[in-house]
Design a protein around this ligand. Structure first.
Ligand SMILES: [Fe+2]
Ligand SMILES: [Fe+2]
Length: 329
């Protein structure tokens, strides 16, 4: 899961070893060709991808926290097993994405450092708390649903390793969305208080999930370049509309209401109109003032520190293995 609601900076270690040939690159993109790691590419293209893939990876990893919070309290063994598999999938998504970023000449340890020091961001959606079990359903249905809407077009992204990683990620996200829907369906067809709990979760997660698509198109200065580079295939507002149109009938099937009095079908446009999004809230959360920003980062840094022994052991093993291979040779 991930959103594209922020910018961030990154540094790079990669120096192009030959002058960039812009005409060849443009022709490759025009022919819908894939750019591969060793291909010539503009420095801006490479930096944009590093930033986007890193933020995506960080979001997958931080996204494990709000749901991980409910593993020990899942209402049944079946629910617990499903939620564990889901959270584990998110870790896997983070790993594919860090690996995809590394093909662009950056180091995963550097990217993680930049997250820890606040120089790179993750999707703001994960700075909201999970107050009840129904929030696990709302996250699966809405947050993973928004992630799928964002990520399906990325399967056709011009950068090969990123596009290929997205194919598997999207298949797993579909399972995540489905499990969220099923949790909410069960609750909304349960007792009145279970249904109220499901409705409350949807009320809290609806607007933040619309914000996952980023600022409105008029306010999204880097989008045009990303579209020209074939990284982005649709604008923020187009993707948001697609998500709304997909989700409204699903809410009806759930028997739940989306908390927007202005939501109605527009026959002329062939899509749903929706109310105005309060982006001041989004920008506050991005600035670090969301309900759980501090908690998420503190937990992440502590987990990284606690895992130092595993990284040291892996490194020592790799060194030992390399020495043995050398002496045999
Ligand atoms: Fe994911
Ligand atoms: Fe997911």
């Amino acid at each position: 899961m991930y959103g594209n609601d922020f910018g961030g900076d990154q540094h790079t270690r990669h120096e192009p070893d030959r002058p960039h040939d812009d005409r060849a690159f443009t022709a490759l993109l025009a022919g819908e060709g894939r750019v591969e790691p060793r291909d010539d590419m503009p420095e801006g293209y490479r930096k944009t991808l590093v930033r986007q893939i890193a933020q995506h990876a960080h979001s997958e990893i931080i996204g494990m926290q709000p749901e991980g919070n409910w593993i020990s309290r899942a209402p049944s063994l079946r629910r617990k097993a499903i939620l564990m598999a889901k959270v584990q999938d998110e870790a896997g998504h983070g790993l594919y994405l860090y690996a995809a970023a590394e093909t662009l000449g950056v180091d995963r340890a550097d990217l993680v450092d930049q997250l820890h020091s606040g120089r790179q961001k993750y999707s703001s959606i994960f700075n909201y708390p999970t107050l009840t079990w129904a929030d696990v359903g709302a996250i699966g249905w809405l947050v993973d649903g928004a992630a799928i809407t964002n990520q399906v077009p990325l399967c056709r992204c011009s950068y090969g390793p990123y596009a290929r990683a997205m194919v598997r990620v999207c298949k797993e996200e579909s399972f995540h969305q489905r499990q969220g829907f099923e949790i909410l369906y069960t609750l909304s067809h349960g007792t009145p208080s279970q249904k109220a709990m499901a409705q409350d979760a949807v009320n809290r997660y609806w607007w933040p999930s619309l914000m996952m698509f980023g600022p409105p198109d008029d306010d999204s200065p880097n989008s045009a370049q990303s579209m020209a580079w074939g990284i982005k295939r649709f604008s923020n507002d187009e993707l948001r509309q697609r998500f709304v149109d997909m989700t409204v009938p699903q809410a009806q099937a759930l028997g739940l209401t989306l908390p927007d009095p202005d939501l109605r079908w527009n026959d002329e446009r062939g899509g749903y109109d929706y109310g105005e999004i309060d982006f001041t809230e989004l920008f506050e959360v991005i600035r670090g003032n969301g309900p759980c920003n501090t908690e998420r980062m503190a937990h992440k840094r502590a987990a990284h520190q606690a895992g130092a022994w595993a990284r040291d052991a892996a490194e020592a093993y790799a060194e030992k293995h390399a020495r043995r291979t050398e002496s045999v040779a």
